[in-house]
Design a protein around this ligand. Structure first.
Ligand SMILES: Nc1nc2c([nH]c(=O)n2[C@@H]2O[C@H](COP(=O)(O)OP(=O)(O)OP(=O)(O)O)[C@@H](O)[C@H]2O)c(=O)[nH]1
Length: 322
């Protein structure tokens, strides 16, 4: 019978801190050459000791490594990654408030980096979903019904005015041609507001897609199932309803997933809601940022984050004429 090497018998729980400054930059440190994943950049942190809470572990590690005390944190993402020789569970939290001035107490080089610039640094393989999570907002607006183009524009302007910065254009009732006209108008408004627009259109012919250079694509569940590789279309996410879907989305290297329905939803009345406990269980096993979808309201954001989500995705909560 094969035996499990002792160091593989248990998953190592690691507290990881994304220390953020007033300008939204994050702190990265270089791992020592001799360490596991040595020479790569990391977010400061270390192993959670027996009996320690995540907060206590993070505070202790960041004091030991950076000479700062942690004052406030919020969850970012949890990643289980198998390095072969060991399995790590990275419990990543943003350190939004701290006291002291960070310095590399162990002689490690430190850098403050803008989130957009993080992909330019080499991180351990487990960190890819952390970088994805940091590049995404905690709300995803999905466009809803509209009686006329005028009403659509009003709803979109209202959503952008509330600060929503990621919009998925879902309008299955339109022809390709009508959809593209609306996509171009939406893109102009999103660009003006500094928001990103994702096209959700099954089988939108390549020639038409080329006419609107949106910031990315949202794939429906059928497209996810049929896809052989991630389309080269910027930010790409997909609609997931199961662990298999989430695993497929991660294996394709997609940037995010929506997981639904969490609660009962008017847009899919026949679908049975999975509830928060099941949602959290699935998200724990996901290797990419996941938005909770289905009956979500703005006040569900805290619950979603506490369940491991990137945030919430919704139509009704965000789509309304002013
Ligand atoms: N701190 C940190 N660890 C990471 C990151 N990404 C990643 O894969 N890891 C892995 O998580 C584990 C954390 O171990 P560590 O060496 O930082 O923990 P520690 O400070 O308690 O180390 P020690 O017990 O060797 O002193 C390592 O296997 C490391 O490769 C990251 O961004 N930050």
């Amino acid at each position: 019978m094969p035996t499990i090497a002792p160091e593989r018998a248990k998953t190592i729980h690691v507290a990881v801190g994304v220390v953020t400054d007033g300008e939204g930059r994050v702190l990265i440190a270089k791992r020592p050459e001799h360490a596991h994943q040595g020479g790569l950049w990391e977010f400061p942190g270390g192993k959670v000791e027996a009996g320690e809470s995540l907060f206590t572990a993070l505070d202790r590690e960041l004091f030991e490594e950076l000479d700062i005390r942690v004052l406030a944190t919020e969850p970012v993402i949890e990643i289980i990654h198998d390095y072969g020789a060991k399995v790590v569970r990275l419990d990543v939290h943003r350190v939004s408030r701290f006291s002291g001035v960070p310095r590399g107490k162990e002689g490690q080089p430190l850098l403050w980096v803008r989130c957009d610039d993080l992909p330019g640094y080499d991180f351990p393989a487990a960190n890819a979903p952390i970088l994805q999570a940091l590049s995404l907002p905690d709300t995803l607006c999905i466009t809803g019904s509209f009686a006329s183009e005028e009403v659509f524009i009003e709803c979109l302007q209202s959503a952008l005015g509330k600060g929503l910065s990621l919009v998925q254009l879902r309008a299955h009732e339109l022809s390709d041609e009508q959809y593209l006209v609306l996509a171009q108008k939406s893109l102009d408004l999103c660009d003006q507001a500094g928001a990103r627009l994702l096209l959700n259109r099954r089988c939108l012919p390549e020639s038409l897609r080329e006419r609107v250079s949106a910031h990315g694509l949202h794939l429906d569940n059928t497209s996810l199932a049929n896809l052989a590789e991630k389309p080269e279309a910027g930010l790409v996410g997909a609609s997931c309803h199961s662990l298999e879907d989430l695993q497929r989305a991660a294996a394709l290297g997609l940037d995010y997933a929506t997981l639904s329905p969490v609660a009962a939803t008017a847009s899919h009345p026949q679908a049975a809601p999975m509830g928060w406990a099941r949602f959290a269980e699935l998200v724990r096993q996901a290797k990419l940022p996941v938005y909770a979808l289905g009956g979500m309201k703005q006040e569900d954001l805290g619950k979603a984050k506490a369940s491991g989500a990137q945030g919430i995705a919704a139509i009704r909560a965000f789509w309304a004429a002013p």
